[in-house]
Every structure is written in C-alpha cells, then in structure tokens.
Design a protein around this ligand. Sequence first.
Ligand code: PAF
Length: 282
Amino acid sequence: MQVYEKRRDIENHVAVLQRENKTIGFVPTMGALHNGHLALVRRALQENDYVVVSIFVNPTQFNNADDLVKYPRTIEADVTLLEGLSSEIIVFVPTPTEVYGEKMISTKYDFDGLEHEMEGKFRPGHFDGVGTVLNKLFTIVSPNNAYFGEKDFQQLQIVKKLVEIEKMSVKIIGCPIYREETGLALSSRNKRLTEQQLEESPLIYKVLKQVKNDFGIKSANKLGEWVSEQFKDNKELKLEYFEIAKVSNLKSIKRKQKDLKYRAFIAVFAGEIRLIDNIALN
Ligand code: PAF
C-alpha cells in the first residue's frame, strides 16, 4: 500500500492508473478511522480498481478552534487499518501547505441555500471549508467515484451541489449510517466521549426512531416539542437542534406533503463534543 504526503507524487501515481484505464474511488476522511469509514472504503473497493483514502484534518471547516485542536489524530493506527484491508488502497496524508499552498483560505460558495440550514446556522463558514477542501482534493485525486456517509447528510447534499457548481465529473455516492450496537452513529468524535456520555448516547437514535414511527400521526411541531422534552432533564446530553426537513432542499417543514421525501435531523452536545445524526422518515 502506498502512502503519499506530496501532492505531486499522488498526482503522478493517479495519472499512471488513468493511462491504464483503471477506475479510482475516493474516500476523503479526517482520520481517526472507525468502522463507518472502513465500510465506505470496502464499498469503494468493490466498485473501483483502486481506492484513494485521504487523511487530512481540514482547518478551514472548523468554526471552533478548540474542536480543531482536540480533533482525534491517529495516523499510524489509521494506516495500519487500511493496510489490513487491501493493497489496492492509496493513502494521501498531506500537510495543510500541500493542500492550500501559503494561503489557507476558503472560497465563499452559494450552494442554493443548502448551506444556510441546520449545520450552516450553527457552524458559520463550515460548508465553505468543506467545499474548498473537497474541490482541491477532487482536483488532486481525479476520482471516478467519491463516497460519503449519510451521517453528514447535509454535507452529502452539498457535495453533490459542489460538483455541479465546479462542473466536475466525479460521481458522489451516499452510504448508509454505520451505528454501534447501542444505536450511536459512528463518528471520530465518539473517541472523546466519557463513560457516562456514552451510556446516555443511545437516546439520540432512540428518539429519531420514535419520530420516524410517529411521523404522519403527529405534526412536525408536536414532534419537535416531544424531542425537546426527552432531552430536557438529561445531565449528559444537551439538544442543540431538531428539525424535520425536506430532502430536496433541507428546509424544515411544519406540515407533511404527499410524495415528498423527509428526514429528521438532530444535533446534541455531550459536554463540549457535538454529535449529529439523522433518519429517513419515508
Ligand atoms: O466528513 C468529513 O470527514 C470531512 O468533512 C471531509 C469530507 C473529509 C472534508 O474535510
């Protein structure tokens, strides 16, 4: 398995593969790999000749400086995990300068309003950072297919919009959320949860499943009130937002319409660690 740090080196490797008509799948990550990431890599391996996995904690997408400093970094363990999967994996572990050059700034994107909903309201500049780094990484890796988890469903929709805006030919593929047996959606940030926070964390998915069950019986407003109630007295988990939104534009709804697709979205603080999750409602 090849591990590259330099942009030029991976670009050369990719160019050779392309000359041989090999297909390239891409799984961009910020490292601290877990089974959710590995599921994306396995899917990419099934559908492509080679798979590039990037490990890059992207500074421009962090609106909270402390979160950036404390984001788990486990490069050696990550590389060992990938080595165990397949020799058809190419790992890209660049420095910020290698990705951004001397000026680490993000592009201001208009993602048709998707960027103003939910995460966009609570994490100013986050999606500009995500869009900017993915534009750069897609240019370096030139993948045929790129794989993203549905845990970050808003990110997935925004990445689809990004490739439209940047007129890129990469196909964006969304993959199901990977959960612990307890229901907690896998996230690199879970590594920072205390025992008590972990013990309470199944509540998030439990609430989402009940919402799915009651969707169509209770109004979106009533469901929102019910969700707030579930977290009200919880000592470990603090609800930041809960929304039921249309999949097409991620705008929250008051009333359900026929023939439209909806999802419920939630963000919760466990101490200073922010956890997000979502569920398809129909
Ligand atoms: O989902 C993530 O881990 C990041 O947002 C991504 C897509 C790797 C961009 O930095």
